[in-house]
Ligand binder design. Structure first.
Ligand SMILES: Cc1cc2nc3c(=O)[nH]c(=O)nc-3n(C[C@H](O)[C@H](O)[C@H](O)COP(=O)(O)OP(=O)(O)OC[C@H]3O[C@@H](n4cnc5c(N)ncnc54)[C@H](O)[C@@H]3O)c2cc1C
Length: 425
């Protein structure tokens, strides 16, 4: 039984079959749509083939734009033999009787269960009666945002995280005036540190997106629809559309009282098994022991969800010989014409070193712990990324990593001037 018919869930179904499971696989998903890929929703999906998103808009009401599906329906149902149940919501779990509870009061028995209900966009803390406030997590969210962008001159994005930054890039590229409002002084500092955050911020300002950092949104005003966004520094931004991009929350509400241990997500052991017998977790909600440090890790990235779905399913099927999940995390993000790639886990309390010149749009930030490289963030460095992955996997000495990265990406100015070392806060 797999709950959550998205990336982790689909990969779990496929891996279970490939691992030799010949019994029933039921894949339950709350959304009515066939499992689809989320990354395009903040990128190409929001725009049309013509220059401005307004083109073709009337057609879309009759024929809403289609997403990229993760697997064709006949492949899932016929080739893999998956009992796919869409538009079905799990409301609870009885781990004593090993039954899944559904919204229509049905109880479905399971031998093994994989929890893959992902995450939900974090909501804005106050309510507004005004229209024009958007979130971006689901296909329905993306269709609504896409339609709104077609009528938007001024877009305000709350939060300079990956989703907000990608939408800002897409909108700016299509002639919309996009402003990002961020409470931190440096975008993404909590995720990638001060050095990388400052360098990434330049990609926005160079492209013409307005970035307002160190301020908060305090209110919205307008007549029926948001027309202005009020900030804590007293300024007021004109806005036709507002996107709230302040992170995601693991979808674990339905597991309350189930006996499955929760800890900002579902608490797992290194095998992705939960505290309940026969129950595993995978994807954006799975929290597992950090393979290289103290503490735990929860990743909200495509590669992790895909890997974990398959890993959890294999361990659920082959319980006699489970394997530990010990990833080197990987994430990509596309802003404007830039490809950002992060390998490893760049904890922001580690020193980081910038190599290259952010003004050229080509640079790398390396992260160290003691005398080893632990993570890297590379912008427009497709050749470097495989080598960086190898260095991080091997826990290569810092000096080697520095030399090899500098060779791949020579600084635009002499090293002493272009390299900054800082301890990110
Ligand atoms: C707009 C957007 C852009 C992204 N871009 C990138 C990117 O460029 N690079 C990258 O690395 N990652 C990106 N990601 C992240 C990546 O898409 C996620 O990490 C991945 O989708 C997580 O997969 P998942 O299966 O764990 O969860 P989800 O994709 O969140 O799927 C969970 C599914 O479970 C269903 N569900 C929830 N509760 C229940 C319930 N009670 N009963 C039944 N079903 C339920 C939900 O409806 C949903 O379909 C992006 C995410 C978004 C939203």
């Amino acid at each position: 039984m797999i709950v959550g018919a998205s990336l982790a869930g689909v990969r779990a179904a496929r891996a279970a079959r490939h691992a030799g499971h010949t019994g029933t696989i039921i894949l339950i998903g709350a959304e009515e749509h066939l499992p689809y890929d989320r990354p395009p929703l903040s990128k190409t999906f929001l725009t049309h083939s013509s220059d401005h998103p307004a083109a073709h808009e009337p057609d879309e009401q009759a024929h809403p734009p289609a997403p990229a599906v993760l697997m064709a329906e006949d492949e899932l149902r016929d080739d893999l033999g998956v009992d796919l149940r869409l538009g079905v919501t799990a409301t609870g779990l009885d781990t004593d009787s090993r039954e899944l509870l559904l919204h229509d009061q049905q109880r479905l028995p399971y031998d093994r269960l994989i929890i893959a209900t992902g995450a939900t966009a974090r909501r804005w803390p106050t309510t507004t009666h005004l229209a024009g406030l958007h979130y971006l997590r689901t296909l329905d969210d993306a269709r609504a945002l896409r339609a709104a962008l077609a009528r938007t001159t001024n877009l305000v994005i709350i939060g300079a995280g990956f989703i907000g930054s990608e939408v800002a890039a897409t909108a700016t590229q299509h002639g919309i005036h996009a402003t990002i409002v961020e409470t931190q002084d440096t975008p993404l500092a909590h995720a990638v540190g001060q050095t990388a955050g400052t360098a990434l911020a330049r990609l926005h300002t160079q492209a013409g997106t307005t970035l307002k950092c160190g301020v908060q949104v305090t209110d919205f005003s307008g007549t029926g629809h948001i027309e202005q966004v009020h900030l804590s520094d007293g300024s007021v931004l004109p806005a036709d559309t507002v996107l709230v991009g302040i992170g995601a929350v693991p979808t674990t509400g339905w597991l309350t009282d189930s006996g499955v241990a929760l800890d900002d997500g579902v608490a797992c052991d290194p095998y992705l098994a939960t505290s309940a017998p026969g129950v595993y977790a995978a994807g954006d909600l799975a929290r597992f022991p950090h393979p290289r440090r103290e503490g735990t890790l929860r990743l909200e990235h495509w590669t992790a969800a895909a890997e974990q779905g398959a890993h959890a399913a294999r361990n659920a099927i082959t319980t006699a010989a489970p394997t530990r999940y010990e990833p080197v995390p990987y994430v990509w993000s596309d802003w404007y014409s830039h490809r950002i790639q992060i390998i490893g886990d760049p904890h922001t309390d580690q020193p980081s070193t910038l190599i290259g010149d952010p003004d050229t749009g080509q640079f790398t930030v390396l992260y160290r712990h003691n005398n080893h490289i632990t993570a890297a963030l590379a912008v427009n460095q497709p050749r470097a990324i495989a080598k960086l992955r190898r260095l991080i996997t091997q826990k290569a000495p810092w000096a080697d990593a520095l030399t090899q990265t500098t060779t791949l990406n020579p600084p635009a100015t002499p090293p002493a001037g272009s390299r900054t070392e800082s301890r990110a806060t």
